[in-house]
Design a protein. Structure first.
Length: 277
């Protein structure tokens, strides 16, 4: 089964054209920074290290503690191997939900999604556009928003577990936590409408694939991020995949310019200051 690289550029560009997606990065006015006092007010709960905090566009983010975990698996596909211990050296905040269409439109001035709904995850978003969203949100709040690394993503997804899914190994449990082929009706659903994992994060399995910051390739020596591939990592599965594609260790990828109505993202930001660009 050809599961790697299935998001081919030609297929995805054609799909995007079919649903009328038109996008030029930088075509909307730049986001202006909030006044300094407002930036400080928004940052305060994050700087204090509160367990959960809300930013200036209503996005909830959860504090992910520093720690260690075993990344990958010995029972999956070759590119998920070998299982290796990874240290996440600093706490960070991660979106409780995938970025919604309403949040994306507020920052970027447009909604490229196929399955339209303000509380649904934004999709049809290229990697570069996800990065641009983070850059504009960083400018607005004066804090460095970014995509999570692949290691941070799996660490947050697992939430201390070593099972296939953050909810265990049972397909029945996955039904309660994920919008995937068996449960989705072949479409996205509003974020947060399935159960969260143990760290309070929703839709880490299913709904839409999520872009990560890293390049895709074999795990580097010692388990670090790959520096080889031109493609970017996608994690988490989506509404159209089987339960195998929703496993915590499952890896996918696509070219950074590709848009597809199964691809979205969530954002990370530092637990403390961290000046944005």
């Amino acid at each position: 089964m050809a599961r790697r690289g299935w998001l081919a550029v030609a297929v995805c560009v054609a799909a995007a054209a079919a649903v009328g997606v038109v996008w030029v990065v930088g075509s909307t006015p730049p986001v202006e920074p909030l006044p300094a006092a407002e930036q400080a007010r928004v940052r305060e709960p994050f700087d204090r290290g509160e367990r959960e905090a809300t930013n200036s566009i209503g996005m909830r983010l959860r504090l992910i503690p520093a720690g260690q975990f075993v990344m990958g698996t010995a029972e999956g596909y070759e590119d998920e191997m070998p299982p290796h211990r990874v240290t996440v050296g600093e706490a960070f905040y991660l979106g409780v939900h995938e970025v919604t269409q309403a949040q994306y439109a507020r920052v970027m001035g447009s909604n490229p999604s196929h399955f339209v709904g303000g509380r649904r995850p934004v999709e049809n978003v290229a990697w570069q556009e996800a990065v641009e969203f983070c850059r504009r949100l960083s400018r607005r709040e004066g804090v460095a928003y970014r995509l999570p690394t692949e290691a941070e993503w799996e660490y947050a997804c697992r939430a201390g577990t070593t099972t296939k899914y953050s909810c265990g190994d049972s397909p029945a449990a996955l039904h309660e936590h994920a919008w995937y082929l068996r449960t989705s009706g072949r479409q996205t659903h509003e974020v947060g409408s399935r159960k969260p994992n143990a760290w309070g994060l929703h839709d880490m399995h299913g709904n839409v694939w999520e872009w990560c910051r890293d390049r895709f390739g074999p795990y580097a020596e010692g388990g670090g991020a790959s520096v080889e591939g031109a493609g970017r990592v996608l994690r988490g599965g989506a509404w159209g995949v089987t339960r195998d594609g929703c496993r915590s260790s499952y890896r996918n990828h696509s070219s950074p310019e590709v848009r597809h109505y199964t691809i979205g993202f969530r954002v990370a930001r530092p637990a403390g200051g961290g000046v944005g660009s």
